[in-house]
Design a protein around this ligand. Structure first.
Ligand code: SAH
Ligand code: SF4
Ligand code: F3S
Length: 449
């Protein structure tokens, strides 16, 4: 039997959003339970898995690039290649047919079948041509709630509280790759939080494609996040990604009022023009969105706001783009993710609308918004100079191991010299801000009391 053999080594690469990172941790748990081991080195792996994203063309292209590399490796030795995640779900058989590199293809609701399909591929490969395995059924129920993820080390634990999306924004592939919305039992989520706290994680990030639409037996998201924040040992709770349609006063109270719930709301706007918002099926108008921003700011001026924006959606005119530009200036986000519209197979927009804004114009609009946002981010960060922020230490700064890196409650990256510092990752420490760039605050650690 396969299990009696030397353990096969699996290498997993993850693309896309935090939900995919979490799913990779689920997959690791499922594979570990079947005796697989893991390697960071693709060259030494018996199995290479790519957990993919389908959100934009660029994400697809990255994966095709990796597949081309794997083709070379496959010529040299036995190797099982698997594609997981949203691109697997979206392209299905097309990917299996792609130059016959892919042996196993498994979508986000079918990971329980992955170990068997890998074993089947390995065993058949040793005897002759590989038996390809495909599992791309979407489920209305699968939440993997009985599986404890094999988490990455660090201070943060992801916990998916709901999966799927029923919003059908016309540009978005997620409802097709992740299926219908479903929420997990809150008791299980609280138990998992207690477990990660006992393992030493200091921060929990609640995940869902529409995290604030969470609903389970009379529990809504406000109640859930408050229960999670009450778990002893957890210092901070974050959540992503919420939709502007589900912000009851109770959720604003939780974010503004609970000391452990971080004062950061990611509030995807996408566009600032009503005709485009309607075409996107975002279900709010410009004014409704602005009213929500106003409500949030009135509740607490300390809440950091960030957003997502799409430039050059079907038929977007220059004037309509300027509506987006204006609202971005007016709101003054702390940061924004700004994308060119990328038409995705199967979406409503791909079926009903023309992708008629030339690429050059999309790119130009992105540049203008990025420039605007950089100015705002710099101004906001400079405004922090002189203030002291509480930072949760994450580890060495990217640029130098002589510096610490952590995040403020509002999710802004903070970097400071270690000097004689005795703090450790996972500690909360006061840092007095002395300088700022577009993305980072720099400061001096205050002596702990
Ligand atoms: N559920 C989240 C979004 C997940 S996708 C939400 O509703 O906020 C993350 C971001 O990718 C979206 O907010 C959107 O700005 C962007 N995006 C999604 N589909 C896209 C497409 N077809 N082209 C360009 N950007 C897209
Ligand atoms: Fe996509 Fe809209 Fe669902 Fe977000 S809310 S995942 S953008 S369909
Ligand atoms: Fe990408 Fe799927 Fe996440 S399309 S953004 S990996 S939900």
């Amino acid at each position: 039997m396969y299990e009696k053999r030397a353990p096969y080594q699996v290498h997993i690469e993850t693309f896309g959003c935090q939900m995919n990172e979490y799913d990779t941790e689920l997959v690791r748990a499922l594979l570990k339970a079947r005796g697989f081991t893991f390697t960071d080195d693709r060259e030494r792996a018996d199995v290479v898995l790519m957990n993919t994203c389908a959100i934009r063309e660029h994400a697809h292209n990255k994966v095709y690039g990796h597949l081309a590399d794997l083709k070379t490796l496959k010529r040299q030795r036995n190797l099982v290649v698997g594609v997981l995640g949203c691109m697997a779900q979206n392209l299905k058989q097309d990917l299996i047919d792609h130059e016959s590199i892919v042996d196993v293809l498994v979508g986000p609701d079918s990971y329980r079948r992955l170990p068997d399909l890998i074993v089947q591929a390995i065993e058949s490969q040793e005897k002759g041509p590989t038996r390809k395995g495909l599992a791309v059924d979407l489920s209305e129920y699968e939440t993997y709630e009985d599986i404890l993820p094999e988490r990455a080390e660090g201070i943060n634990a992801w916990i998916a509280v709901m999966r799927g999306c029923d919003n059908f924004c016309t540009f978005c592939v997620v409802p097709y790759t992740r299926g219908r919305e479903r929420s997990r039992d809150p008791q299980g989520i609280v138990r998992e939080t207690q477990h990660v706290a006992s393992q030493g994680y200091k921060q929990v990030t609640l995940l869902g494609q529409n995290v604030n639409s969470y609903r389970y037996d009379g529990w809504d998201f406000s109640r859930l996040i408050t229960a999670v924040a009450e778990v002893p040992g957890i210092e901070r709770v974050r959540f992503t990604s919420p939709h502007p349609k589900d912000f009851p006063p109770s959720l604003l109270d939780a974010v503004a009022g609970h000391p452990k719930i971080c004062k950061h709301i990611h509030l995807p706007l996408q566009a600032g023009n009503d005709r485009i918002l309607q075409l996107m099926n975002r279900t709010y108008t410009r004014n409704e969105y602005l009213a929500l921003v106003e409500k949030i700011r009135r509740r607490s001026s300390d809440i950091t706001l960030t957003t997502d924006l799409i430039c050059g959606f079907s038929t977007e005119s220059e004037e309509e783009f300027l509506d987006t530009y204006e609202i971005v200036r007016e709101v003054g986000y702390h940061a924004a993710f700004i994308f060119k519209y990328s038409e995705r197979k199967h979406t409503i927009a791909a079926r009903k609308y023309l992708d008629d804004v030339p690429d050059k114009i999309k790119a130009d609009r992105v540049t203008r918004l990025v420039d605007l946002q950089k100015g705002t981010s710099l101004k906001k960060n400079r405004g922090m100079v002189g203030r002291t922020v509480q930072v949760l230490v994450e580890g060495d700064a990217k640029k130098s191991s002589a510096q610490w890196m952590g995040r403020s409650d509002g999710n802004i990256t903070v970097v400071w010299e270690k000097g004689g510092s005795t703090v450790r990752p996972g500690d909360l420490v006061g840092v007095r801000i002395t300088d700022a760039s577009v993305t980072t605050l720099f400061g001096k650690e205050l002596a702990s009391r």
